[in-house]
Design a protein around this ligand. Sequence first.
Ligand code: NAP
Length: 303
Amino acid sequence: MRLLVTGMSGFLGRSLAHYLIQTSALAAGEVVATCHQRRLPIDGVSPISVDLADQPALLQNLDEVRPRAVIHMAAVSQPNQCETDATGSAAVNVAASTTIARWCARHAKPLVFTSTDLVFDGKQPPYRESAQPNPLNAYARQKVSAEAAIQTYCPNAVICRLPLLFGFGGSEATGFAHEMVIAIAAKRPIRLFTDEFRTPLSTVCAAKALVAALRWPGDIYHLGGTERISRYAFGQRIAAVLGVGDAHLQPITQADLSMAARRPRDVSLNNRKARAFGFAPQDLDAAIREMLFAFGFADADSR
Ligand SMILES: NC(=O)c1ccc[n+]([C@@H]2O[C@H](COP(=O)([O-])OP(=O)(O)OC[C@H]3O[C@@H](n4cnc5c(N)ncnc54)[C@H](OP(=O)(O)O)[C@@H]3O)[C@@H](O)[C@H]2O)c1
């Protein structure tokens, strides 16, 4: 199957590439992937450099590639950037997502789209798929708009709401845990929220689930991890696996930082529905050990 993956040059995209290598899909030369400002030097992937905000270019690429299925992950993914550039980010997060959905519907091709736990306001966790979104910032509002357009134009599409992701993306694609791991390992002070709760998932588990989701019935699914946890407690778990102590972790609250985008307090996801389709997130400590091993902390995997 010729698979088109948008956003493979990003943090999650790199894990997806590794997963496809493991499953031999890349060896078969069947993966075409988009990038924009970063490069995509992955053996077996045919890269396309395209600005998804450029609608004619996007459509031309879709018509030329003629994918048999699409995993659409590309996004302006930083909430603060979406807040300060609402128009530019909406062109990617909403308009491009709508165009891809319409193309997939017109050609009857499976589509998986990555949305976010941030569609919720954080007041009534844990969230099931039936809960009403109430986004607090521009990024989340754009994802809600994209979800609505995708469900209108491409009802068979699978919408995966992802929680906070952690993993090793290399030096070019760093997620939230990257700075944390480096600082904790070096016993450098790092400030972490105690009052923001998510159900984090490793990019390894997320990548596997997104590929599997190409065969799920069109609907919304919550890919929450196994535990509700704050960033501060997450840092403590990393420190415990590294065996370095947590005295240098500095607890802070949301009120201590001024940020462009408002952040919900607790957007923990209930993942029961996705589990019924085979979603099996790894135990948090096991996933942390695997991440630290990928970072080069060789002992972490055996603790
Ligand atoms: N990371 C998380 O914790 C998290 C949580 C929930 C949901 N998600 C969702 O999961 C998906 C992947 O997230 P991520 O963390 O991997 O994001 P990321 O590291 O910021 O990567 C974003 C990807 O989108 C591409 N992109 C951005 N603007 C583009 C444009 N104008 N034209 C073409 N491509 C463009 C980037 O290409 P270049 O880098 O080459 O410019 C990159 O490949 C996103 O849809 C995000 O909203 C992520």
